[in-house]
Ligand binder design. Structure first.
Ligand SMILES: Nc1ncnc2c1ncn2[C@@H]1O[C@H](COP(=O)(O)OP(=O)(O)OP(=O)(O)O)[C@@H](O)[C@H]1O
Length: 673
């Protein structure tokens, strides 16, 4: 085993350590570290209560794993395990000896004999009613049977482990990546699930707050011959990692990736369905990933093990980092870019540090700035007022919109695949919009609308994704929900908003998703560009669906017509045959005279060559013929190209057998050899 150094004391940052001025005696001023702030306001990062904390911890770890695998174009394999740890096991983990209660009345869940009697009587009553209803065959209403009261302090503990096949982390960066709030590698202008440099630290802060246990990280990168292992917690006041152990361990195989493990308080019972929904929706929007989710407890009936198999090998292109759009910059940003740039003069700076400024355009801009500016001037010597002038001009000048090339939308193929897998709908339509822009950030909206399907409730069922993260909370305030409920006239597309089972899937990707809050739970309805792009994407799907619905309705009408005509054949033929028989009798008794043609016919009726059955047969054939001709006429009118087509998706074969794989941007075809 190779040891890369361990430390028992907090790792102090050497550079950039802020000096806090000495306070005068009467000063009441206090400072707070970011870690302290987020520990006190953990709800703004999605850590509201123990149940939600469990959910958000899983989320943060899974999203980091996906970001990591995708950053190296690796098809992600992510394994999440939540292991329930019962109280005495937890106590022994932390070296606390279990203690029996002595003074029962001291506890919050203490019940007097009378209260207990009352509760048991109530429970018995409820059970009796339920049994009676069941015997009468009545549908059972969800009458909760009151359970024995749970103590306020009765906590449940969980060990959450997330393993991936991603990039891994540089050995020396691990303590800061997990032990310093607001530190991360995803701050650049790039579409990533993570952004704030906060999620993993929040999981650690919560573990520190609820169990006091550290986080454990194992990681290995492509060319590393060792596995980095780090056990750390966070010094909340100083916002620095407190490293317990940081070492390099022997690597026996070619493993690459990361394993993160944290023990937290949580509530599986109340957040089970949210966590499973999250995993399922993540599998929908990431069909090229393989997920294994496990919940392990001492009660085997509670155990869950779900494998979300990879359904395609086609991974969306890796998003790449882009530069700022000149129209969206502010003074701080320009100053930062000036400090960080390797370019010497103003011309090079404008041309290379922003998108959509060519050399000639940069020259025109500099000319417009005034006589004290020139292309060759040293960019690092610009004075504050000059920077203000640059900013004013960049704000007012005309620039092309940023292109969406740097983005990586899920793609219509993946979206459709996900919808079909998730809902198994009767009909589905998808649409992928072109790149648009808000505040200098490109964004792309994709949508899918489905009708019918398995486990879909009547009305609108909304599924939201942002930078390929499923959003499950704060649905009511989100731009997608509001648009679907308020701005789409469903009936004009022949869709019944109340009765049809409608699935609305919207995925937005951008270099900046304007989430409300750091919890990444919803996108507000106040950004007009995004709201109108969402509306357009849903409408485009509805237009496609409408034509399918109309075709279906016409086909149904046609069938109905045929059925109606066929229904009347026996009565109609009976009536016609009776008339013919009567005519034949009149002709025979010479009471009526008929033309030659009629006489021939009446002769056949008299000779029983034309019977009721022959008439039925002829009429049925005629209805069939008319129906066929109408269908043909319809097909010719609407053109063969518009015949309803259904896309075909083939799940990847699981077998290890030798296969030839044919790949195209739209499909993967595997042939067994
Ligand atoms: N599984 C992992 N594999 C590789 N790197 C990881 C992994 N988990 C975390 N990291 C690194 O640690 C950094 C911090 O992660 P953290 O979750 O705190 O923030 P983030 O993902 O950058 O942003 P956000 O707070 O929005 O999730 C990441 O930027 C990433 O570089």
């Amino acid at each position: 085993m190779e040891t890369g150094g361990s430390s028992e004391s907090p790792t102090e940052p050497k550079k950039g350590k802020a000096k806090i001025p000495r306070k005068s005696k009467e000063s009441i001023l206090k400072q707070k570290s970011p870690a302290e702030f987020f520990a006190e306001n953990k709800n703004i990062a999605g850590f509201d209560n123990p149940g939600k904390c469990l959910y958000t911890t899983v989320r943060e770890l899974v999203e980091n794993s996906l970001d990591s695998a995708e950053s190296i174009s690796e098809l992600p394999v992510v394994e999440v395990t939540i292991e329930e740890i019962e109280k005495s096991k937890f106590n022994s983990m932390i070296g606390l000896v279990d203690r029996e209660r002595v003074d029962e009345q001291l506890y919050d869940d203490y019940e007097t004999d009378k209260a207990r009697e009352k509760r048991l009587a109530k429970e018995a009553r409820v059970q009796e009613i339920q049994a009676k209803n069941a015997a009468l065959g009545k549908k059972l209403k969800e009458t909760p049977v009151p359970k024995g009261i749970k103590a306020r302090g009765e906590a449940s503990f969980y060990k959450v482990t997330c393993k991936d096949n991603g990039k891994g982390m540089p050995h020396d960066d691990i303590p800061n990546m997990f032990g310093r709030v607001l530190s991360g590698t995803k701050y650049g202008l790039k579409q990533t699930r993570g952004k704030f440099g906060l999620g993993a630290k929040m999981a650690l802060i919560w573990s520190k707050m609820s169990t006091g246990l550290p986080i454990e990280i194992s990681s290995s990168m492509r060319n590393q011959s060792y596995i980095s292992f780090c056990r750390l917690d966070i010094d909340i006041n100083k916002n620095i990692p407190h490293v317990h152990l940081h070492e390099k361990r022997e690597k026996k195989d070619h493993w690459r990736g990361a394993v993160i493990q944290v023990v937290i308080e949580g509530n599986w019972t109340t957040y089970r369905s949210k966590i499973l929904h999250y995993m399922r929706q993540m599998a929908v929007i990431t069909p090229y990933a393989q997920f294994l989710f496990k919940f392990i407890s001492d009660a085997p009936d509670k155990n869950v093990s779900i494998r979300f198999a990879r359904r395609t090998d086609v991974m969306p292109p890796v998003p790449f980092e882009t530069k700022y759009h000149p129209s969206s910059v502010d003074l701080l940003l320009i100053k930062r870019l000036i400090t960080e740039t390797s370019k010497q003069n103003l011309l090079q700076f404008l041309q290379h540090e922003f998108v959509n400024i060519s050399k000639s355009y940069a020259e025109r801009l500099i000319g417009e700035m005034g006589p004290e500016f020139n292309p060759k001037m040293a960019v690092k010597s610009l004075k504050s007022q000059q920077i203000v002038r640059i900013r004013q001009l960049l704000r007012q000048a005309k620039f092309d919109d940023p292109s969406g090339d740097c983005l990586s939308p899920a793609g219509e193929y993946n979206l459709r695949l996900g919808i079909i897998k998730e809902l198994q709908p009767d009909m589905v339509a998808t649409f992928s919009g072109s790149a648009q822009v808000f505040e200098g950030h490109p964004f792309i909206v994709e949508a899918g609308v489905s009708l019918g399907g398995k486990d879909v409730k009547q009305g609108l069922n909304i599924f939201r994704f942002a930078n390929r993260i499923p959003l499950l909370f704060e649905q009511g305030a989100d731009v997608v929900t509001r648009t679907a409920f308020k701005r789409i006239n469903w009936s004009s597309y022949k869709i019944n908003q109340m009765q049809d089972k409608i699935g609305v899937f919207v995925s937005i990707v951008s270099t900046k998703i304007p989430f409300k809050g750091t919890g990444k739970e919803y996108i507000g309805d106040d950004i007009t560009e995004i709201a109108s792009a969402v509306k357009n994407a849903i409408q485009q799907c509805c237009i496609q669906l409408k034509s399918k619905i109309v075709k279906k309705m016409q086909a149904r009408e046609q069938q109905e017509r045929k059925r109606n005509l066929s229904k009347y054949i026996p009565d109609a033929t009976c009536a016609v045959h009776n008339v013919l028989k009567e005519m034949a009798q009149l002709h025979a008794s010479k009471k009526n005279r008929y033309g030659d043609e009629d006489v021939e016919l009446l002769g056949k009726v008299s000779a029983s060559l034309i019977t009721k059955e022959t008439l039925i047969d002829k009429l049925a054939k005629h209805v069939e013929q008319v129906d066929y001709e109408m269908a043909l006429e319809y097909a010719t009118q609407s053109g063969v190209s518009e015949e309803p087509k259904e896309a075909l998706y083939m799940p990847p074969l699981e077998a290890e057998k030798e296969m030839i794989t044919l790949q195209s941007p739209f499909f993967v075809f595997r042939v067994l050899q």
